[in-house]
Design a protein around this ligand. Structure first.
Ligand code: AMP
Length: 195
């Protein structure tokens, strides 16, 4: 049976120092799983990545993990994913992750998470896809970054409309609901061929 929605979650390969980061990842996975949805993610079994995947599976959802061969051991590839794709490199991973999802959500994480978030955000700005992008701002984690981006707007390097392409929320369920409601679906036109 096809899942009613598919959402790509970017998040830390570490869990962070506070329990609320783990709790937020559990809430996200549970929300997806309880609705029979599909999680697309980086395929690792470490940190918040493993947490969100476990929570999705435990709640009855499907999980598509996509991991480069070189990271299979380093990130503990999650063998019990519904689908585990071992791909040749990071570019293939990111392309497949973005193709298989109808919306994107960044949870707290490190530079890998930031890179993935900014990539789908810039792809949206450039019109390569029309899928919604969200940031889960657990415990104000993303506030310094969002403030810096407003600095960029004031300095004339960004427009407000670019900021408006990302939905920021603190409540996992409410944010997921908004993303799913505005998603064109995982099969929506998605043309990365010019990148
Ligand atoms: P981090 O947020 O740094 O813990 O990383 C989260 C995930 O992002 C991990 O699965 C990393 O393999 C992945 N990652 C790291 N660098 C990149 C990159 N350049 N592009 C895409 N994903 C990356």
């Amino acid at each position: 049976m096809t899942a009613p929605f598919s959402i790509c979650v970017y998040c830390g390969s570490r869990s962070g120092v506070a329990e609320h980061f783990v709790q937020a990842a559990v809430q996200v996975g549970r929300w997806i799983g309880e609705r029979g949805g599909q999680l697309v993610y980086g395929g690792g079994n470490k940190g918040l990545m493993g947490t969100v995947a476990d929570a999705t599976l435990a709640a009855g959802g499907t999980v598509v993990g996509i991991i480069p061969q070189a990271l299979v051991d380093k990130e503990f590839a999650k063998r019990d994913c519904t689908e585990l794709h071992i791909v040749g490199n990071m570019h293939d991973r990111k392309r497949l992750m973005s193709e298989r999802a109808g919306a994107f959500l960044a949870l707290p994480g490190g530079i890998g998470t930031f890179e993935e978030l900014f990539e789908v955000w810039t792809w949206r700005q450039l019109g390569y896809h029309d899928k919604p992008v969200g940031i889960l701002d657990t415990a104000g984690y993303y506030q310094p970054l969002l403030h810096f981006l407003q600095t960029s707007v004031r300095a004339g390097f960004m427009n407000e409309w670019q900021m408006d392409l990302v939905r920021v929320g603190t409540d996992p369920g409410a944010l997921l609901q908004q993303l799913v409601a505005s998603s064109p679906g995982a099969d929506a036109p998605h043309d990365l061929s010019q990148i």
